[in-house]
Design a protein around this ligand. Structure first.
Ligand code: GAL
Length: 456
């Protein structure tokens, strides 16, 4: 990093000056009267006091504060891979890992908002592109553009234009660098458990086939569908995937552009299918987090889980083998669609350590870091020029899907709809767990869509 050497030099010279002042002061004290010594001592203390902000600031400048919600086994390992890539290129910069636990960022985002509103930003933070980035950070003026990084590093052709231009650019300025791209509509399964119950999955799964498998498992006393909705977003994601499975990518864009209403018969059909799925869910779902639900799948306590492919990061962290221990298929009905849940990082306006933050963004956008991060995270690299041979079967599958399938933006992860609508969806899913009222579900979303600027 360009500024590291000058920063280290500044810290050294400041420390040297202070100790030099101290030495001279001691020598004089020995040779002069007590009063003069006291005055000098006082002067020394005043000098030290005056110097303190400069020296601590200098020391502080060798830091980088990175804010995210990556704390599960797979997430933390992948984040560490980014840290280690950064440290290799920027030795001497201490990373402050400001991660706030809680899948999907539901606990982290409010903490971040408080810090941003209080003019105490981390240098860089995790964000989803689309409305989350724009509405919550760019428009309120919390971010600096990073367009120059794209220009100077030749990234214009390395990152997918459809994501960069449509979800991260405002007034021709780009506001984030993507670390990876997750696929939301994946149905994971425990291979051995399905085999033991005579359930075969060959490439795709219709809703009927899925429910037939669930019935078989239920008859054997096994909760078919593993959910960990101590954070309600996971059940909202189960609904989101089911909705995509019914309305398809065209319906999806109609819904989020206002051309289809949220009480459309197709939406109600998706709500009914979602209600049916809840009959097969593990009884302890509300006590578990998303990664604990994936752990339950690994342990054979549940058979399936509909979850974004950060779940793959958990399988990798637990050394589970593709095909042998676990498998995956598109969430029913979603063949041909890729639900994009991308992870980017920003540059804070008035970042306390701007040079380090720029160096961080340069690192995460590099080929090396992208190749190190995604195999552990479950995402595919955002860059399309990586060495595919460094990735396992799941990643190859997901890369192929990204290249050929219809890309749709996630509502549950803040890309497709404003935060207020995202919150109403979470609330209505919570209520639905109890009342199973399809009309109430649909009408609440109609109202929420009307009240928010977009979707209309
Ligand atoms: C998503 C995020 C992923 C993963 C997941 C679970 O919002 O994009 O990177 O961290 O939450 O925490």
């Amino acid at each position: 990093m360009r500024s590291i050497s000058p920063l280290v030099a500044l810290v050294r010279s400041a420390r040297g000056w202070r100790s030099d002042v101290g030495l001279r002061e001691t020598a004089r004290r020995r040779n002069s009267n007590r009063c003069r010594g006291l005055w000098l001592g006082l002067l020394g203390s005043l000098l030290a006091l005056w110097l303190a902000p400069f020296t601590s600031k200098a020391a502080d400048e060798n830091k980088l504060e990175v804010f995210s919600w990556w704390t599960s086994g797979g997430e933390a390992a992948a984040l560490e891979a980014l840290f280690s890539a950064f440290k290799t290129q920027n030795p001497g910069v201490d990373i402050v890992n400001a991660a706030v636990a809680g899948g999907g960022g539901s606990a982290a985002r409010p903490v971040l908002q408080t810090r941003l509103a209080g003019h105490n930003p981390p240098d860089t933070w995790q964000t989803h592109p689309g409305l989350e980035l724009m509405d919550q950070y760019v428009i309120p003026g919390y971010c600096e553009p990073v367009t120059d990084l794209y220009r100077t590093n030749g990234w214009d052709n390395a990152f997918p234009k459809n994501l960069v231009v449509s979800m991260m650019t405002k007034d021709r300025k780009i506001y984030a660098v993507l670390a990876g791209v997750h696929r939301g509509n994946v149905l994971w399964y425990n291979t051995k458990l399905l085999e033991a119950n005579g359930i075969k999955i060959s490439g795709r799964l219709t809703f009927d086939e899925f429910f037939a498998a669930c019935d078989k498992l239920k008859a054997a006393g096994i909760p078919a569908l593993g959910v960990g909705d101590s954070g309600i977003w996971t059940s909202a994601e189960l609904f989101e995937n089911t909705l995509l499975g019914v309305v398809g990518p065209q319906g999806w864009s109609k819904l989020f552009s206002g051309a289809m209403q949220w009480d459309d018969p197709q939406v109600k059909q998706a709500i009914k299918l979602f209600a049916k799925m809840l009959d097969y869910v593990n009884p302890d779902h509300s006590a578990l987090s998303w990664d604990q639900a994936i752990k339950a799948l690994m342990e054979g306590k549940v058979a399936f889980s509909s979850m974004g492919d950060w779940a793959d990061g958990e399988f990798v962290a637990a050394h589970k083998k593709e095909g042998e221990d676990f498998g995956w298929v598109n969430h029913p009905g979603t063949d041909g669609s890729f639900m994009v849940i991308a992870d980017g990082f920003t540059l804070a306006k008035n970042a306390p350590h701007k040079e380090a933050a720029l160096a961080w963004l340069k690192t995460i956008g590099s080929k090396e870091a992208q190749e190190a991060f995604s195999p552990l995270k479950g995402s595919i690299p955002a860059r399309t020029d990586v060495d595919r041979s460094k990735f396992d079967g799941y990643h190859q599958w997901s890369m192929d899907s990204f290249a050929k399938d219809q890309l749709v933006a996630s509502c549950v992860h803040g890309e497709a709809a404003p935060a207020a609508f995202q919150q109403v969806l979470n609330d209505v899913v919570t209520a639905f767990m109890v009342d199973k009222n399809v009309d109430n579900f649909a009408n609440t979303l109609v109202q929420a869509a009307r009240e928010s600027e977009s979707p209309k």
